[in-house]
Ligand binder design. Structure first.
Ligand SMILES: Cc1cc2nc3c(=O)[nH]c(=O)nc-3n(C[C@H](O)[C@H](O)[C@H](O)COP(=O)(O)OP(=O)(O)OC[C@H]3O[C@@H](n4cnc5c(N)ncnc54)[C@H](O)[C@@H]3O)c2cc1C
Length: 402
């Protein structure tokens, strides 16, 4: 097919789309990535979990594309001989106040077709799965898995190259001009004329949307997630993954214990406001990003709704004993010095609307020949190959057959 297609963003979603296009016979596909390597932001800085679809509102894009994406990622890892470990996940209610929310997760899981999900009541059955855990009830998802999303992205990029596509790292897209049926893509170095653009720019997705005059809403509100490493001598405290019952008012899953694909165990991520879109510590501050968030019309509403949780998360980030106390609820044997060091942090690209609401589902906008993925937080890594199929079917092919 003759279409020239530019993809903005060399995270897992952009590269998965490029791969799906070249495999379908689109010959002229180029990925533009501003960093000098792929997967430099969310894709290379996450929990590495292949979600089985427990949490999502049935029928939403998240629910559907997570279920399909899990299978695709599993099969892709098998095909490429990439590590994929089904360590399983236990979502634990520690006390009675969490039972209603746990029952809701069980209902959603069944509606979403989460395979082989089991409800467990009482401490003994929980301990058969996780011998060190504390809790009164749980749901167990045995097919939740651990992977290395950076390695998967690299493998997909190799597929793109070997099928004639191009990956350009160190190429930041700084301007997009729609000229009739075509788009002029300008990077710092040069210009390219293409027939369509698909932007998967993660933390910069609203900035890229602005380049084509799209609605400023939804905007990106960056939330950092910080992890602690569990001491190597104590990783036997965790066999697979131990998650809290998440607060249904908040789109994040809460601090969890994850056995990674390389057998390390990390604890986290929390959710604190990042003071820059790519602000991986408290010391990285962008006055512009912070001011933009503060003056957004929905800022007051969001602050009013979530200030208590926000303060709690910030104090846990600054004071290790508070973070430790949260983690210890699930593993009473955990000692403070078992949390050895803060390891890599990631920043979530969470979209929020003018009304202050955090967008729950994946969101896409179309401006002429430009498709903009505007909200792709977790589980978008799990769902990446299914997001690619969805965008190609509903946006690329829809336009090709116009
Ligand atoms: C702490 C944390 C934990 C998470 N845990 C999980 C998990 O366990 N499982 C899961 O499924 N999901 C998880 N997620 C979510 C998942 O990581 C993301 O949903 C997914 O990586 C999104 O991929 P992406 O390609 O859209 O974005 P990114 O990986 O952020 O890629 C976007 C890319 O666009 C580039 N870019 C931006 N602007 C431009 C420009 N103008 N020109 C060129 N390039 C540009 C950026 O440099 C970046 O590389 C987690 C996220 C975080 C932050």
């Amino acid at each position: 097919m003759g279409d020239r297609i530019a993809i903005i963003g060399g995270g897992i979603v952009g590269v998965a789309i490029a791969r799906a296009l070249v495999l379908r016979g689109f010959g002229d596909v180029t990925v533009f990535e501003k960093e000098d390597r792929l997967a430099a932001h969310q894709t290379g800085r996450n929990s590495g979990v292949v979600h089985a679809g427990l949490y999502y509102q049935p029928g939403t894009l998240k629910a559907r594309l997570c279920a399909a994406g899990r299978i695709s990622i599993r099969d892709y890892c098998a095909e490429k001989n990439l590590p994929y470990r089904e360590v399983g996940k236990l979502v634990v209610a520690v006390d009675e106040s969490e039972l209603a929310a746990l029952a809701d997760i069980e209902r959603r899981s069944l509606a979403n077709g989460v395979p082989d999900l089991v409800r467990l009541d009482g401490l003994d059955p929980l301990r058969e799965i996780e011998p060190s855990v504390a809790g009164i009830a749980a749901v167990h998802s045995p097919h939740t898995a651990a992977v290395d999303y950076g390695a998967i992205t690299e493998a997909m990029a190799e597929d793109v190259r070997s099928h004639g596509g191009t990956i350009l790292t160190g190429h930041e897209v700084v301007a997009l001009h729609i000229e009739g049926q075509t788009v002029r893509v300008r990077t710092r170095e040069s210009e390219y004329l293409v027939d369509r653009v698909i932007a998967c720019a993660g933390l910069q997705s609203d900035v890229v949307a602005h380049l084509v005059g799209a609605d400023p809403s939804p905007k990106i509100l960056p939330f950092r997630g910080e992890y602690w490493a569990l001491a190597a001598a104590r990783t036997d405290l965790v066999r697979g993954m131990i998650y809290p019952v998440p607060d249904p008012r908040f789109p994040f899953l809460g601090v969890h214990f994850t056995r990674g694909v390389y057998d390390d165990v990390h604890v986290g991520p929390n959710a604190v406001p990042a003071l820059a879109r790519e602000g991986y510590t408290w010391l990285t501050v962008s006055p512009k990003d912070t001011w933009d968030s503060l003056r957004w019309p929905g800022a007051g509403t969001l602050a009013k709704q979530h200030w208590r949780m926000g303060l709690d998360e910030i104090s846990g980030s600054l004071l290790k004993p508070l973070y430790y106390r949260k983690a210890r609820r699930f593993i009473p044997e955990l000692r403070m010095d078992d949390l050895t060091s803060k390891t890599a942090a990631g920043v979530r690209a969470q979209a929020w609307g003018r009304d202050g609401a955090l967008l729950d589902d994946f969101a896409v906008d179309q401006v002429g020949p430009v498709t903009l993925l505007r909200n792709a937080p977790s589980p978008a890594a799990t769902s990446s190959m299914a997001i690619a199929d969805h965008l190609i079917e509903h946006y690329v092919f829809a336009r090709t057959t116009d």
